[in-house]
Design a protein around this ligand. Structure first.
Ligand SMILES: C[S@@+](CC[C@H](N)C(=O)[O-])C[C@H]1O[C@@H](n2cnc3c(N)ncnc32)[C@H](O)[C@@H]1O
Length: 201
């Protein structure tokens, strides 16, 4: 990780109020694909790691029994809670938690994460995927900055000073090592994609 949790949290605290106005078409496509692939059942608990302002989690809350959001930025979480209240979604809880220590030990049928895991170094991503596998979801859907080809530090989807995206190959290997089967790969852009991973119950 190129920045500490505190530094990432402070960066997102600053952006939180305007975060939703700043979405690229690729980001929006990624959100939609993560929502579509998550496809929770009505009695499912969905856990959204790095939930931010709730772009994915709040959309899933109408289909699932409950959505549990975790993030490190109080500013982003405040926005998610405000939006949930405005939409009358009383089945959403958003609290502090990290990929490595989600601060949640309840059931998790579907875990999602969008545009957040690229803040972790590859070794930390592997450890985070082990933690996610330990939550025993039947499905994990990851939307993120990821390299289908050569990394391009000039590309607009990540900032090399603070972000650390992985190649699709590294993510696929790490998901498999954590006990998932990769069942779908969606390329949104050569540096943005969605991976769907399933676990035998
Ligand atoms: C680019 S935003 C994406 C937010 C949301 N998932 C979305 O799709 O709009 C990245 C989020 O990840 C959070 N984050 C960064 N590092 C994290 C970590 N180690 N654990 C949990 N959340 C983290 C940030 O605070 C931020 O809210």
């Amino acid at each position: 990780m190129k920045r500490s949790h505190e530094e990432h949290a402070a960066r997102f605290d600053e952006k939180a109020a305007d975060y939703d106005d700043d979405a690229t078409p690729e980001y929006r496509a990624c959100v939609s694909l993560v929502v579509d692939h998550a496809d929770p059942d009505p009695d499912d608990v969905v856990v959204d790691l790095g939930c931010g302002t709730g772009a994915v989690g709040l959309r899933l809350a109408t289909d699932a029994d409950r959505v549990v959001g975790r993030d490190i930025s109080e500013g982003m979480m405040e926005q998610a809670r405000r939006k949930a209240a405005e939409r009358g979604l009383d089945n959403v809880t958003v609290e502090e938690g990290t990929f490595r220590e989600p601060n949640y030990d309840g059931p998790a049928d579907v875990v999602v994460s969008n545009f957040a895991m690229h803040h972790l170094a590859d070794e930390e991503k592997r450890a985070a995927l082990e933690v996610i596998a330990g939550m025993e979801p039947r499905r994990f859907v990851l939307g993120d900055v990821m390299f289908f080809g050569e990394p391009d530090p000039e590309a607009p989807f990540y900032s090399p000073a603070v972000d650390d995206p992985a190649t699709v190959g590294v993510l696929a290997d790490a998901l498999t090592a954590a006990g998932f089967s990769l069942t779908a790969v969606e390329m949104v852009h050569e540096q943005v994609g969605v991976l769907v991973a399933e676990r035998a119950p």
